[in-house]
Structures are given as C-alpha cells and as structure tokens.
Design a protein around this ligand. Sequence first.
Ligand SMILES: Nc1nc2c(ncn2[C@@H]2O[C@H](COP(=O)(O)OP(=O)(O)OP(=O)(O)O)[C@@H](O)[C@H]2O)c(=O)[nH]1
Ligand SMILES: [Mg+2]
Length: 702
Amino acid sequence: MREYASDAIRNVAVVGHGASGKTTLVDTLAFVSGSSKRHGSIKDGTTLTDTSPEEIERKYSISLGCAFAEWRDVKVNLIDTPGFSDFHGDAIAGLTAADGALVVVGAATGVEAGTERMFREAVRRKDPVLFVVSMMDKEHADFDAAYASIKERLTSKVVPVEIPIGAGAGCTGVINLFTGKAYQPRKGGKPGEYDEVEIPAADRDRYARYHQEMVETVAATDDALLERFFSGEEIAGDDEVAALKAAMKRAELFPVLSCAAPLSIGIRTVLDFLVMLMPSAYEMEELHAFKGAEGDRIVEIHPEDTETFTALVFKTTAEPHVGDVTYFRTFSGVVINGAEVYNATRDVVEKMNHLAVPQGRDRIEVPVLHPGDIGCVAKLHNTHTNDTLSTKAHPVRLPQIEFPEPLVTFAVKASSRNDEEKLQQGLHRLHDEDPTFQTHYNAETHETIVGGLGERHIEVAMARLARQWGVKAELSAPRIPYRETLTGPGEGQGRHKKQSGGRGQFGDCWVRLKPARRGSGYTFIDSITGGVIPRQYIPAVDKGIQEAAARGVVAGYPVVDFTAECFDGSYHSVDSNEASFRMAGILAFKTVAPKCKPVLLEPLDLVEVTTPDEYLGDVMGDLSSRRGKLLGSEPSGNGAGTVVKAIVPQADLHLYGTRLSSLTHGRGTFTHRFHGYEQMPQEHAAKVIAAYEKTRKDEAEE
Ligand SMILES: Nc1nc2c(ncn2[C@@H]2O[C@H](COP(=O)(O)OP(=O)(O)OP(=O)(O)O)[C@@H](O)[C@H]2O)c(=O)[nH]1
Ligand SMILES: [Mg+2]
C-alpha cells in the first residue's frame, strides 16, 4: 500500500435513508477502484462494511464501516453509515470523521426521511455535499423524479453532472455532462471495465438539456465564468470543475450523480467526481479548521505533517480473536507505526503497534499516516470513542462527536439470576462500542435501565448481548418513579413503648405535618421547648419521619415536599434512647400522614417535537391523547417544519418515538427532558394505587 500525503486524501461519509444502497455502493467503489478484490453483496453477506453477524443476518447496517478506494493517485476514504434513525449515532460519528458527505438517494424512492435528516446535518456542519441517485437498475427507478424530489424537499441549489442512460432493466450506462461522453460496461469485460462511447442518439436531447442547465447553473456561481458565458465563450471542463468545487464549499451548489452499483454502472464517474470535487484535509481548513484544548489553553489544529500529532477516536469495536479495535481520524501531524502516543482524555500512554488502515474488516498495515487520514489499531489499553490521541509534549483534546441522547428506555434483567453480573459487564461493553446505547441503575425503582435511539436499536443490542456475552435478557417498560405528597395539614402523636423485663424502650413525640411548595423537598422544624424531649434525641425523630416518608402512604412511593414540625413529646430517664425516638418518629408519620390528604405525583417531561407541517395536526392530537399539555409551536430553525412543545407525563411517553415515526413517515424527531412532578389526576392515580395494592397482596400471600 502506498503512502498518501494529506493533499491526496479525501474523507467522505456515505449517508442517506435506510436501504438506499450505501453499503452496496461503498463496496462497489472500493472494488471498481481495484482497492478491494471482491465485489460483495448484501444478499450474500459479503460487503466490505456490513460485517457483524447482526448486520449480515438483518441485511442492514448497524454501525459505521470504513473502506477506501485508491483512484487517480488519491485515496478516497469512505465511511459507510447506517441509514436507520435507530443507529443515527454512528452516522453522526461518520460525518464528524469525514470532510464531505455523499448523500445517497434511491432512484425508485427519491428523498426519504433519512435523506432529509442527513442532508440537513451535513449542511449544518458546513460539509460539501454530493448527491448520488443510486439503484438506477431497479424496477421503478426514475432519475428525473428523484432529482425533482431533491429540489422539492431539500434544496433548489442542485444540478446533475452525470445522468443515467435508461432505467430499470434498461439501464445501460451513464453520461458525464462535463466530458460529454457516455460510459457503458465493456461487453464481456470484467466488472467495472468500461467503454467510453458517443452519446446514444436517443439520449442526445436529454444530454443537451441537462448540459445546458449545468453550464448555466455553475456559471451563475462565479462572476468571471458568468461573464465569459454571456459573451458566448466555450467554457472548458476544468474551469467549471473548479467553480463547482468552490460553490460546493460555500454550500451554494450541490452536484447530482447517478449509478447502479450491482452492475458497476456509473461507478468510475462517481470516483472521478469524488476525487475532483471533494476537498482534501488541506482544503477543508477554511471550513473545518477547529481548535483543540491543551490544558486550559486553546490551540489551533492544522493538517500539516510538521504539526504535533492529534487524532480523534470515532469508533471502537470488539472483534473476535483480536480484541478492541480503535478507529481514528488524524487531524494534524504524522503518526508512525509503533509510536507512543498519549490519550489526553484519559491520561494514558498508548502504543500504536501494527498501525493500519481499515478496508472493511481487514486492517492493512502502514508505516506512517499523514494528517487527514483514517487509521486503526488494535489492543489499546484504555482508549474509547471520543478520546483524543496526541503527544505527551502537547496533550491536546479535540472537540468531541455530539452523540444523540437516548429516546427510548427499557428496564432489563437477566433471564437467569446467575447471569446478572455478566449482564452488567455486557451492557457496559455495549456502551463502550456505541455511546448512544446507555445503561444505569435506578436506585429508586431498583431496576437496570437501558436507553437507546429506538426499539430496533435496543433489540439489536440484546441480540449482541446474547451472542457475544451469552446473556439472555428480558425487557420491560421501566417503572415510573412516582412520588407522593401531602395536600393538607395534620398533627398527631407517635408513641413507642416496650417493656420486656430489664431495660425498656420509650419514645414519644407530637408532630405536625404540612404541605410545602413543589420541589422544596423536606424540612424538619424543631419547636421543642422546655426539654420535653432531650436535645440528643430530636434528630432521631427527624430520621424516623424521613424513613417512614420514604416508604410512602398511598402507593409505596417516597413522600416529598412537606414540613414536619416536632412540637411536643415526653421521655423516660432510663428507657429512652435514640432508637426509641426513631420509632416514635416513624409511628408519628404513619399516624398523621394519612390524615393529610396524601396524593400521587407523577414525573413529567418537556417534549419538543419537530415535524413537517403536513403532520402537525396528527402530532398535536397524539400528544393531547397522551395527556400532554401543549405549550405552543413555532417554525423550526432549519426549515424542517414546525417545533411543538408540550409537557407530557413520563408514563405516557414509553415508545413515543415509534409512534411519532409512524405518524410522520419517519420524518418527525423529538427530544425530551425531565420537567418536574405534578399531582396525578384521580382516575390515573387510582390505577397506580390498585397496582400497588395488588403487589402487596401477592407478596403477603407468597
Ligand atoms: N437493484 C439494485 N439493488 C440494490 C442497489 N444497491 C443496493 N441494492 C439492494 O438494496 C438493498 C439495500 O442495500 P444496502 O446497500 O444495504 O443499503 P444501505 O443504504 O446500506 O442500507 P442501510 O445500511 O440500512 O442504511 C440490498 O438488498 C441491496 O442488495 C442497486 O444499485 N441496484
Ligand atoms: Mg448499509
């Protein structure tokens, strides 16, 4: 493998809707370039980048995969990303590691929810974007319609630079609008071999129309070109390419290509355009130049060999027989095989033994990597996704990948009690590999909670748990951490007295309970005077009240937001002690609290839904049916529709993402965060109380 300097490297994230043909395209680009020896397929489970048993079995991408295509002395790094929103985390990681995005649009479907999501994300990051209309050989493939859907739904600033010849079973080649030539697979040739031919007579008019559109659109982005265009001058391809590339960088124009990967149609042209139009790491400086932190000093990161080494870890995987493999993108300086580097995020020294570049699952060893390349290395000690590798002399931390927060949660437990420890280990390993899969123990509800981006995400995680760690796990809806509170005042006595030969126990207190402001918690007021309860025992009363409150009054949930005032009591000079007054506190609370009109509180989330306007009514109706209180709506900042805000009980939010997705055909997105507790309406509280009483009865019978 030859050495590639920074200006001969392109980093491209291949993104788009699920099943739009990304993985197939990446495999074919690497194969046609000659960098990969086999033309893999999804059907056979042999693509370069869908390599895990879960991906092969399900026939879709779950995590990102790295490949490369060496073409015209340039190494095009291709990061294949998953299209399903459940695995959106790796699509974000892929974009972060790349400098530009190849947005794949299925020729039979046109723009879909995932296309829109990823296009907007790429533009937000100021990534240059190339569109490719894939699957031109598929039934119902329609280039013009797919192009129109990009214009209608994503941006008017697009122009085709390559168009297909024929469609579906009649798809035979492509026309490059720059060269004015047609390219068709060579009859009897090897896959990927082409003949450059004249444009077929039947396609000349179409070519002329699209060519004219391209020349005009590209010229309009550049004053000098426009002048030459109006003076009737013939503009050579190179000038147009340069203008187009510059316009892409300014996000003023996005070119559209087309291909049919299984037949290797259009693949060389896609490679040509990736090399010509995508920026090298050098060229990205003006757009993506960013700063890192060295201690509390901000430092600039330049993609130069002479700079100090920095790289961001954007993926880690656990490979059978190999151990952990770390994938990183270098941003500055060179790294040499065997070098010692420094993980500034975790303060550990790591050794880059067997430095390699990834070609799918294969790791091809290299002596050195230049800035802007993608590398991998196995068996680092303590390096995880989002860590920065740098040097001890300059311990830099780079800006991190912003992974999305979990949208669904489940309670999980091992099917067999003996596997509980293995389950915990497995869950943590899953999180190491995929930061969007989260896990924690909820001490209040006594459950292990797992969170992810969708039901499919959690389901796949459970399948991996079973395969890699041999743990079968059961999922259920998480218990809702209800609370209780008091809505009226009350007072009464707690008297603990035991006489059983020898020394007895005696504690006696009078307590007044009162509701307090929501969120104010618990306050204890000591208004004992005249030493009716000795000083040293008063904290025990407080403790007893808190203990009893934690066990609840109506449904076993902690009682919050009240004050307890201890205003009277008595003691015995021999039998009184701390334990007795604690018991007195417990008894006082148990006697008084039921008289204080106790009620259930439920946790509410603030939910923000972004939806295309045509589904707005359905989305709002659905939120209302979930007892949601609508706060208002406003147009979303990035033109993706309307943002609706609502306060919704957590109990009614379980699997909301799945519902939203079906209501909006996958186009709606949402975020939620804890808002606060509020009193639960009587008819809903009654159900929670009934469930509590049933479990108590069951336990008593056991
Ligand atoms: N006819 C035809 N089928 C294709 C083409 N590209 C992909 N396919 C098929 O379409 C299906 C989806 O292809 P993938 O390459 O897995 O699509 P993807 O975009 O990677 O999907 P995700 O990983 O789920 O996001 C597979 O069955 C492929 O064999 C194509 O150009 N033509
Ligand atoms: Mg895929």
